[in-house]
Write a protein that binds this ligand. Structure first.
Ligand SMILES: Cc1cc2nc3c(=O)[nH]c(=O)nc-3n(C[C@H](O)[C@H](O)[C@H](O)COP(=O)(O)OP(=O)(O)OC[C@H]3O[C@@H](n4cnc5c(N)ncnc54)[C@H](O)[C@@H]3O)c2cc1C
Length: 394
């Protein structure tokens, strides 16, 4: 595996400066008040700077960053606020079903209007809706007895969608939702689902509950309701019945940015703890000199470096055209577990101050916890790692 080139490091530096200028001053505010107009201001700044479309190809109006550069950028955004990184990143998740469907007509119709809006003062976003009240891990795993209830029925010239999705990142802000639905709730998920593009404003489509999240609060997570939503045939993304396979492919790509985001949290916790420990004097000297604290700091540094190695390997595999669900999942589980462990250690090293909101490390823990849950819980990621290992070593 090669490390980043000088050009990639330059883009990382640009992302760091953007994050310090635009994200850092808004991070605690958006944590407290996610609906603040500052969220729109941040989105506008990110859209104009090219952060929003960092990984989209240039011919579609994106910045065209390769996967490793994308990971470096995501790490920097998340080091200042991972909720803000999701505000930008969930858009790419929403667009991926369109891009990976390989349908050029769909790409023009659904992706182009979004990227064109980034030049304006009203940047548009996409969101991806897979999770349902009764189908979380079961959809991700394609469990044989798992039942999706969001149903799609064929109608002349189109499809009718009925059902409910939950926890959809940026669902309330999106102008386009890519939604997974089943043709037969009693059939196995792996064979019975398809993915559809649903523009916001389509009759019958609405935003339901806005969830009150523990962390990563800058990005809303909402319920989406589909009540006799009719879309034309050309809104189907990929083959009929190919929805599960499409989602697997998406996750073999998107778990790597989530790993990079987790790395950003782990690094931020380590850097905040180190800086504090060097300045805080107790027991006759800086606490960084006390062995008990040194050991914690060393473990934090190890986690950051090991997570970075996995993120870079997973990103390099995607760049080489060989996205690996196994490697992406390894990076995601290790980096997210590291984010939680480092945030906990950072609170411990800051002592009573670490427990207080204004020091920003208790936020890191609340933010980090989510990285062990979304994109498949870490338990499900581990099953998938073992599935892949079993498939290649049998
Ligand atoms: C803030 C937030 C944002 C999200 N954003 C999106 C989004 O944009 N789009 C989207 O589609 N989804 C999104 N999700 C959904 C996320 O991917 C799911 O929450 C996740 O996959 C887990 O599903 P679940 O919540 O239904 O938990 P469940 O599947 O009910 O799991 C509950 C527990 O049981 C365990 N478990 C489940 N099945 C098994 C099994 N077979 N064996 C052993 N243990 C098992 C899990 O590991 C977990 O510990 C988001 C979730 C959150 C919280």
């Amino acid at each position: 595996m090669m490390g980043p080139s000088p050009e990639q490091l330059e883009i990382q530096q640009w992302a760091r400066e953007f994050a310090k200028r635009e994200i850092a001053p808004r991070a605690l505010l958006l944590d407290k008040d996610p609906e603040s107009p500052e969220r729109e201001a941040l989105l506008r700044a990110g859209a104009k700077a090219g952060v929003l479309g960092a990984s989209l190809p240039e011919f579609l109006g994106g910045a065209g960053h390769d996967p490793l550069t994308g990971a470096l950028v995501t790490e920097e955004l998340a080091a200042e606020c991972s909720g803000c990184a999701v505000l930008f990143g969930a858009n790419m998740l929403g667009l991926l079903p369109v891009l990976l469907s390989g349908n050029l007509g769909a790409i023009e119709r659904f992706v182009r209007p979004i990227t064109q809006s980034w030049e304006t003062d009203a940047p548009k976003l996409a969101a991806l809706a897979a999770t349902e009240p009764d189908a979380g891990s079961d959809f991700i795993q394609g469990h044989p007895r798992g039942r999706m209830r969001t149903r799609v029925e064929k109608k002349d010239g189109g499809y009718v969608i009925n059902g409910r999705k939950v926890f959809i990142s940026n669902g309330s802000l999106a102008s386009l939702v890519t939604v997974f639905a089943t043709h037969d709730p009693n059939a196995p998920i792996r064979e019975s689902t398809s993915c559809f593009a649903v523009p916001a404003g389509t009759p019958g489509f609405s935003v339901g509950q806005v969830f009150d999240k523990m962390g990563q609060r800058a990005a809303p997570a909402v319920e989406l309701v589909f009540d006799d939503v009719v879309v034309p045939d050309e809104n189907r993304l990929g083959n009929e019945g190919g929805g599960f396979a499409l989602n697997r492919l998406i996750m073999s790509v998107t778990r790597t940015p989530i790993a990079a985001l987790s790395l950003g949290i782990a690094r931020s916790a380590y850097e905040k703890a180190l800086a504090y420990a060097r300045g805080r004097v107790q027991g006759g000297g800086p606490i960084a000199g006390h062995q008990a604290v040194e050991i914690m700091l060393a473990d934090m540094a190890i986690r950051v470096e090991a997570a970075r190695g996995l993120v870079w390997r997973a990103a390099s595999a995607i760049a080489a055209g060989k996205p690996s669900l196994e490697l992406s999942s390894m990076a995601k589980t290790f980096a997210s577990d590291s984010a939680v462990a480092n945030s906990l250690d950072a609170i411990q090293i800051l002592g009573g101050y670490g427990y207080m909101h204004e020091y920003g490390v208790e936020k890191l823990l609340r933010d980090a916890k989510l990285t062990q849950i979304y994109e498949g819980t870490n338990q499900i990621n581990r099953f998938e790692i073992m599935e892949a290992i079993a498939a290649t070593s049998a």
